[in-house]
Write a protein that binds this ligand. Structure first.
Ligand SMILES: C[S@@+](CC[C@H](N)C(=O)[O-])C[C@H]1O[C@@H](n2cnc3c(N)ncnc32)[C@H](O)[C@@H]1O
Length: 410
């Protein structure tokens, strides 16, 4: 048994705590009936349970008043960079008879996991400024609560701009256009795997009669094969270290086993166009680096980050960094061309986002914009932790954002 460590933190209010307690009792009952649950099942329920899940709740979760800040919530400069990149790809494709047909009748966008709707709102303005000919903006959103919020924020503005707006449950077959997913892959449920002197184990969530606890379980089948492939070398190293006195003798990490089925099923209906995936993550050799001993799982509650996923089920975000090598491999197997991979910082700079700031004269606005640029682009902030990957099908245009291509790192 591994009792969770509980550093002092800001606490939810009494109503939220009562809600989380009801959810905990529901999870405890489930475990008592069916046995300990895989960590991925626990994470899935915590995020997406229709009644108690984090993304199903009514609380404000994005932005300064919420639990975490995403790039679109930091500044419209993020949307401006994306729009400049998209506009350049569209212009190049239109000038090329081969790829021109994709955008001939206008630019269609599908955003996956649109959160508060802020990116869509800013993209609408930024694509208009680029004179890109946006004809439809659709959202594929899992959370019903967020669908409602997105509709309230966007429907009127889209209609006024003459852009068709709708929510969809899948990418329609034969879709030609642009798909955008910012911080969606990190919200897919992961398995937690532990390597120690005895081998590889899967972490399960159990109920000890008083609280949820993590226990070791056995790996089997496809998951075992995947864990051995990714972690065989680390496991051997841990076994050797285990012989040394005082060695930590334990390595915990995540397996993003849903990336493969999710990418295949979600993107399969698309015929031609490009997919822009933005997320925090690493290439595989960094993801499973021997020194990354505690994995990359993070939980967020009111801007406090920690790794205790068992705390306050349903009240905090749970997320894990993305293994971008896996994304590239899966995309390749599905017939996508990985057109570019770079850091968010390089992407925004190469897209020409700073040109949008050249005309500024008001010192207060200049200071505000400088702070936004710092948060989006500096290495210690979002600049290097976040990566942008473009997958293309049926178009050759790559666009300016990948001028500094880091795909050799994958
Ligand atoms: C971390 S939030 C990011 C929100 C937004 N893209 C942003 O950057 O502010 C993850 C979003 O993805 C949605 N989501 C997670 N899994 C999804 C899936 N399989 N299909 C569609 N939306 C999903 C969540 O409901 C939420 O809106």
């Amino acid at each position: 048994m591994m009792p969770p460590s509980r550093p002092a933190m800001k606490s939810p209010d009494a109503n939220a705590l009562a809600r989380s307690e009801s959810f905990t009792q529901h999870l405890a009952q489930k475990i008592q009936q069916h046995g300990p649950m895989p960590f991925s099942e626990y994470m899935e329920l915590c995020l997406y349970h229709p009644e108690w899940g984090y993304y199903s709740g009514r609380s404000a979760i994005f932005g300064e008043q919420g639990d975490f800040v995403t790039a679109p919530e930091v500044s419209d400069l993020f949307a401006i960079g994306l729009a400049k990149h998209i506009a350049a790809v569209v212009a190049e494709a239109r000038s090329n008879t081969n790829g021109g047909g994709v955008f001939a009748a206008g630019v269609e966008i599908i955003e996956i996991g649109a959160g508060s709707g802020r990116l869509a709102q800013d993209l609408l303005a930024a694509l208009k400024a680029e004179d890109c000919g946006l004809s439809s903006y659709r959202i594929l959103e899992r959370s019903k609560t967020l669908q409602q919020r997105q509709h309230e924020r966007l429907a009127e503005a889209m209609s006024t701009a003459g852009v068709q707006f709708a929510h969809v449950t899948e990418i329609p077959p034969g879709f030609n256009g642009v798909v955008i997913a910012n911080e969606v892959l990190d919200a897919l449920a992961v398995e937690r795997i532990m390597a120690d002197g005895r081998g590889l184990h899967r972490l399960l969530v159990d109920w000890n009669g008083e609280q949820l606890v993590l226990i070791e379980g056995q790996l089997s089948g496809d998951l075992q094969a995947l864990a051995e492939e990714r972690l065989g070398a680390i496991c051997q190293q841990i076994q050797e270290e285990d012989q040394l006195p005082g060695a930590p003798g334990r390595y915990i990490t995540e397996l993003h086993h849903q990336i493969q089925p999710w990418l295949s099923s979600t993107l399969a209906p698309m015929e031609r166009g490009m997919v822009l995936l933005v997320d925090y993550g690493y290439p595989r050799h960094e993801y499973y680096h021997p020194q990354r001993r505690d994995g990359s799982l993070m939980c967020y509650f009111q801007h406090q980050g920690h790794d205790d996923a068992l705390r306050w089920p349903g009240l905090q975000d749970i997320t894990a960094f993305v293994d971008f090598t896996t994304v590239a491999e899966v995309a390749d197997a599905q017939g996508w061309t990985m057109a570019g991979y770079t850091s968010q910082s390089h992407f925004l700079l190469s897209s020409g986002v700073l040109q949008a700031l050249e005309q500024l004269e008001d010192p207060a606005e200049m200071a505000m914009r400088a702070e936004q640029v710092r948060r989006l682009m500096l290495p210690g902030e979002m600049g290097e932790r976040f990566q942008v990957m473009q997958l293309s099908r049926g178009i050759a245009a790559v666009g300016p954002g990948f001028e500094v291509d880091l795909s050799y790192r994958l």
